[in-house]
Design a protein around this ligand. Structure first.
Ligand SMILES: C[S@@+](CC[C@H](N)C(=O)[O-])C[C@H]1O[C@@H](n2cnc3c(N)ncnc32)[C@H](O)[C@@H]1O
Length: 299
């Protein structure tokens, strides 16, 4: 069993802003280590919760952690883009709130063989949150065209050296397949001119973000997940979303604004909430977090 050390981001705000009905039924669409789930279940003794994750390791860890609440907690494995169908498998058609805490968990980043991190040099190029996903980073890096790789790194990594990185990848793979995170980091390093490498954090950060988004189809899943959550949300219920980069936050902001413009919702957070200085210091992963909340109108 993998040890799952994940520190939830803005946990108090999630509980305070999500729950409008203490005895209601809620969904944690990104169960992860079960931190937010535990806060919710312990804060409200009559609240019931469904926890979804596409990662079976997270699901089994969280289920064990939430054993004391087993009578009020149901774990479901799957992608939150299929939230409506997943809930139907347990006979649920409507809920009082859904929380999304996006991205990967700290244990996913730390498990060397998952290949999410440029910090582990000899990990396989994998990056799948769902181990049954047929698409791996290895497959994309070694099989996609130079144009597709360039576009992905540009769009999802917002990397200005995307064209050079794509061309270096394609050249390197003609010699031998690119198998490890370390090989890819070296190719990226070589592609970015030395003088520019010193600014903007680790040179591989943006390319790794792009590949992770691509492998897991994260942005489409987010758009679909928000719509699915909206469909099952009871009037007066809320969606709480924590995002970690601007591409995610833009999708959330636009969707909330659209519902609000159509008169179907009230945006509770006019500006996104961010973690205070202490939380940012204690939990580096929290630094880029933005929390937004929307409430479905009663009529
Ligand atoms: C940041 S962690 C959540 C941490 C959790 N809130 C906690 O307090 O422990 C995000 C989790 O969401 C899962 N996840 C991300 N995208 C998903 C998707 N589209 N469908 C299902 N699970 C997803 C990941 O596998 C990961 O376990």
């Amino acid at each position: 069993m993998v040890d799952f050390q994940h520190q939830s981001v803005m946990p108090k705000q999630v509980v305070d802003l999500l729950v409008t009905k203490p005895e209601g039924l809620y969904v944690d669409a990104t169960l992860g280590g079960g931190g937010d789930a535990e806060h919710l279940l312990s804060a409200y003794p009559a609240l019931r919760l469904v926890g979804i994750d596409q990662d079976p390791y997270a699901l089994s860890y969280a289920s064990r952690r939430l054993q004391p609440y087993a009578a009020r907690f149901t774990p479901l494995r799957g992608n939150f883009r299929n939230l409506e169908d997943l809930l139907l498998t347990i006979g649920v058609r409507a809920v009082d709130g859904v929380v999304f805490d996006l991205g990967v968990s700290s244990p996913q980043l730390d498990q060397r063989d998952r290949g999410f991190s440029y910090q582990h040099p000899d990990a396989p190029l994998d990056m799948r949150m769902d181990p049954d996903n047929p698409v791996t980073a290895f497959r994309l890096v070694n099989q996609k065209s130079e144009e597709e790789i360039r576009d992905a790194i540009q769009r999802w990594g917002e990397e200005r050296w995307a064209a050079r990185i794509a061309s270096f990848i394609v050249r390197a793979r003609t010699e031998e397949p690119i198998r490890t995170t370390g090989q890819l980091v070296e190719i990226i390093r070589a592609a970015i001119p030395a003088a520019k490498r010193r600014s903007g954090g680790h040179p591989a950060r943006r390319t790794f973000q792009a590949l992770r988004i691509w492998v897991n189809d994260e942005l489409t899943a987010l758009s679909e997940g928000l719509l699915a959550a909206w469909h099952v949300l009871n009037p007066g219920g809320r969606l709480v979303v924590i995002s970690f980069h601007s591409l995610e936050d833009r999708i959330v902001k636009h969707q909330f604004r659209e519902w609000s413009n159509q008169g179907m919702a009230r945006v509770v957070t006019k500006h996104p909430l961010t973690p205070d200085d202490r939380e940012q210091e204690e939990n580096p992963r929290a630094r880029s977090a933005k929390l937004r909340v929307v409430e479905k109108r009663l009529t």
